[in-house]
Design a protein around this ligand. Structure first.
Ligand SMILES: Cc1cc2nc3c(=O)[nH]c(=O)nc-3n(C[C@H](O)[C@H](O)[C@H](O)COP(=O)(O)O)c2cc1C
Length: 305
């Protein structure tokens, strides 16, 4: 099966396969590296990095739901300087390509973070998080503000030739408008999507199970929603799509690719099976063999009405 080509090109970045590990579900790669071979993965997307370290929200921050989980971590992270000093050397050692996810509460802060990180060779691209549902400032506000998303894309594009990806929110009705503005301002791709806003109550205390009251729903429960968003963008906007939402196995991944995704991210599944990425790569090869194709990227957007 060595003649099967799983590589994907997104912007200037060529990845050995379309399997990405989603932001916030594998930290900076160090913990998961004990359980899987990160050098086999297409790319790791880092936990959102912000200019200054963030503690995130108070606990309880995570709750299990039927077919998924709710999280309100609130972008806890070490901050860009510590990330550069302490986390990048480890990622260089495990020889994985890295997409750095950036979160910020102002346009200037996004630009400053990218400026600090743009010359690290291991960072192949930036995923700009404008869609975190768990922070009061930045994040969701940008995710709902189309002109802010346009300006962020424009300013980040102006300072780097590396691949720029906008991670979009499913929590508004018109995701294609956001994808279009990202395309127009020079983004190389969009990630569709981040988590869906949800909540859960403890019936005995009559209080929300999450201190933040609401959290982001992820896992198999959101797959049909994410799939419909990928399909919608694929039909209306000419921009590569990286799928994210409920992908648990290679069959899910193939579905997203048929609907229009060039690559995809594994999130919640990493908590259940940290080796899922490597297993999915094998599954993708078997699929290609079964349907008689030698280049996996040929199946992207093969569904047409
Ligand atoms: C615990 C947790 C933390 C997350 N943190 C981030 C984050 O820091 N930045 C971000 O862009 N997305 C974050 N996400 C969203 C994931 O990257 C992914 O888009 C989402 O979980 C949907 O994919 P899944 O259903 O495969 O998990 C987080 C998700 C989870 C479950």
């Amino acid at each position: 099966m060595s003649n099967i080509d799983l590589s994907v090109k997104i912007g200037k970045m060529t990845l050995k396969n379309p399997v990405l590990l989603a932001s916030g579900t594998v930290g900076y790669g160090n913990e998961i590296s004990e359980f899987t071979d990160l050098s086999k993965i297409g790319a790791i997307v880092t936990k959102s990095v912000s200019l200054n370290p963030r503690k995130g929200n108070p606990p309880q921050r995570v709750v299990e739901t039927a077919s998924g989980m709710l999280n309100a971590i609130g972008l806890a992270n070490v901050g860009v300087e510590t990330f550069a000093k302490e986390k990048i050397p480890f990622l260089e050692k495990v020889k994985s390509d890295v997409i750095c996810n950036i979160a910020a509460s102002s346009i200037e802060e996004y630009v400053e973070c990218v400026n600090i990180l743009k010359d690290f060779a291991i960072i192949k691209g930036f995923e700009i998080n404008v869609s975190c549902p768990n922070v009061k400032e930045g994040g969701l506000i940008f995710g709902n503000d189309i002109s802010a998303v346009g300006r962020i894309t424009e300013k980040v594009r102006a300072i780097t030739d590396k691949t720029v990806i906008l991670k979009l929110s499913p929590n508004n009705a018109n995701i294609t408008d956001f994808a279009e503005v990202a395309r127009k301002e020079g983004a190389d791709a969009v990630t569709a999507t981040n988590t869906l806003i949800g909540t859960a109550f403890n019936i005995w205390t009559r209080r929300p199970k999450i201190k933040n009251i609401t959290g982001g729903l992820s896992g198999p429960a959101i797959k049909p929603v994410a799939l419909a968003k990928v399909l919608e963008i694929s039909r209306k906007v000419d921009i590569p799509i990286i799928a994210s939402g409920g992908i648990m196995n290679w069959e899910d991944a193939i579905e997203f690719m048929i609907a229009g995704a060039s690559a995809f991210q594994l999130g919640t599944v990493n908590f259940i099976n940290p080796n899922a990425g490597v297993e999915i790569i094998d599954g993708l090869k078997q699929y290609c063999k079964k349907v008689g194709i030698t280049k996996l990227s040929d199946i992207t957007a093969t569904y047409r009405l």
